[in-house]
Design a protein around this ligand. Structure first.
Ligand SMILES: [Zn+2]
Length: 266
């Protein structure tokens, strides 16, 4: 795995962090959102508050091929009504039929926040546990995690490379559910073990739990996300690394993680 902050992506598959603050935005760090790119396809995976601005540092709104939302908690999708504003009322960026893959609960809440007009901009497909679908060059698959509401971890495959995103989950759901051969896992690590909240009643993982689950899945690389504001990213990385048995990277806005061989030079 290589790490870059360049706009250019060289790997077969990449994940660019748009925001990675857990539960609510921290200073300078929006809520959850990731740009997954491969084979000329771009998917916006979760779009928490603040991620729309950072998205446009990397791609134009025309270049987003689909939006995928993991679950209905507002820190993971509240840019949907604003994406609709852009695509319906924006200057030079108007679109219809933008593919949106979301849980039933997310669709219900997003429809409410757009006064029932979600479908004038988005072509919505409801997804759940075991959902498999394609967006352009990317193959996606979902696994329902352990969370307070239906929450879907997402695996993305392209050209023999694979990345996984745990979404929100407690440690009772295991990363290995997404299958073998993961080149990169972006795992939530809301808490530290020292917080005394291990398991959080099955709602979120500690950094150690994220590291242990990634090790069990034999993932080739681990990036932490969804650290709660006020908790130490450095401590989370150290704790997860000890459980994972190898160095761990922290997510941060505009960091891009690339896996797999890129296209051959022309
Ligand atoms: Zn959640």
């Amino acid at each position: 795995m290589t790490v870059t902050t360049s706009r250019d992506v060289a790997g077969a598959l990449s994940v660019t962090v748009l925001g990675c603050s857990g539960t609510y935005a921290a200073a300078g760090n929006p809520c959850s959102g990731f740009l997954v790119r491969g084979g000329g396809t771009a998917v916006l995976l979760d779009c928490g508050p603040g991620t729309l601005a950072n998205l446009q540092e990397h791609v134009t709104l025309d270049e987003v091929d689909a939006v995928v939302v993991s679950h209905e908690h507002p820190d993971h999708w509240l840019e949907i009504p604003l994406l609709r504003h852009a695509w319906r009322y924006g200057w030079g960026v108007r679109r219809e039929g933008v593919p949106l893959f979301a849980t039933t609960g997310t669709r219900r809440l997003a429809t409410s926040l757009t006064s029932g007009d979600l479908d004038d901009t988005f072509d919505v497909t409801e997804i759940g546990d075991g959902a498999v679908f394609r967006v352009g060059a990317l193959s996606l698959s979902c696994s329902r995690t352990a969370h307070t509401v239906e929450s879907l971890a997402v695996r993305v495959d392209h050209a023999g490379a694979s990345v996984a995103y745990t979404a929100d989950t407690g440690a009772d759901w295991r990363i290995a559910e997404l299958g073998p051969g993961l080149d990169l896992v972006v795992a939530e690590a809301t808490f530290l073990s020292a917080d005394g909240l291990t398991g959080m009643g099955g709602v979120h993982m500690t950094a150690a739990e994220a590291g242990g689950s990634a090790a069990e899945a034999e993932a080739s690389a681990l990036v932490l996300t969804h650290v709660l504001p006020g908790r130490s990213w450095a401590e989370a990385v150290a704790e997860a690394g000890a459980a994972y048995g190898a160095p761990v990277e922290p997510a941060a806005p505009h960091r891009t993680f690339e896996v797999g061989a890129g296209p051959a030079p022309a």
